[in-house]
Ligand binder design. Structure first.
Ligand code: HEM
Length: 180
């Protein structure tokens, strides 16, 4: 008899999908706006892209803090017994690394806009400045550079994550249903 699949709580599944949409929006917006800046194309569209990127990116950071706090207290539903032990360890390791990138990437973006400084976001609202980060354009450019590389690495991890999810879907082993 097949073991019954235990799902994550509904609130956790919603948080997962909301954040997935946010991060999958942030990456193309980030690449688009950075390429416009590099080509020295300024104006309303570039400003709007930057504003949305900063607002969504900062929200991801706040949601990640919430997510980690909940995760520490929450007991994740166990994997079904038929999932090989090595695969369980590989999945947990990839998730752990993604958590780190989902915190560190927005932190570098926030540090960059603090150093630049370019804290204005949607509706003229200002993001708080990151404590202890001085105003320094050269430092800002270094921080943006690191932010960009972290984001690209995160994108690669996400491709791996989606690939693994597809593999489970094709195998119909019930793993994807835990998060749907
Ligand atoms: C998970 C969250 C985030 C992701 C995945 C992300 C992704 C990206 C990507 C892909 C780029 C383009 C990099 C390049 O082509 O050089 C970028 C650039 C940028 N991001 Fe983010 N970002 C995130 C959070 C943030 C946050 C929180 C801020 C600021 C509050 C921010 C501010 C910026 C800025 C200002 C740039 C342009 C840098 C430049 O012009 O060189 N990002 N981001």
């Amino acid at each position: 008899m097949q073991q019954e699949i235990q799902k994550y709580p509904a609130s956790w599944r919603i948080l997962h999908w909301v954040m997935a949409v946010m991060v999958l929006t942030l990456i193309p917006i980030g690449l688009w706006m950075a390429s416009r800046a590099e080509a020295d194309i300024w104006g309303d569209l570039t400003d709007t892209l930057y504003s949305w990127h900063k607002a969504i990116g900062f929200s991801v950071l706040l949601l990640m803090i919430l997510r980690i706090l909940v995760k520490i207290r929450m007991k994740s539903p166990p994997y079904p017994d038929h999932l090989p032990r090595q695969l369980q360890i590989a999945a947990k390791s990839l998730h752990f690394v993604m958590y780190i990138f989902l915190v560190v990437t927005p932190l570098f973006g926030w540090a960059g806009v603090t150093a630049y400084p370019a804290l204005v976001t949607l509706g003229g609202y200002h993001l708080p400045a990151m404590p202890f980060v001085p105003e320094d354009k050269e430092l800002a450019n270094l921080l943006f550079n690191i932010h960009g590389w972290l984001a690209i690495t995160l994108a690669v991890l996400i491709v791996g994550h989606i690939g693994a999810a597809f593999r489970h879907m094709l195998r119909k082993d019930g793993i994807v249903r835990r998060m749907v």
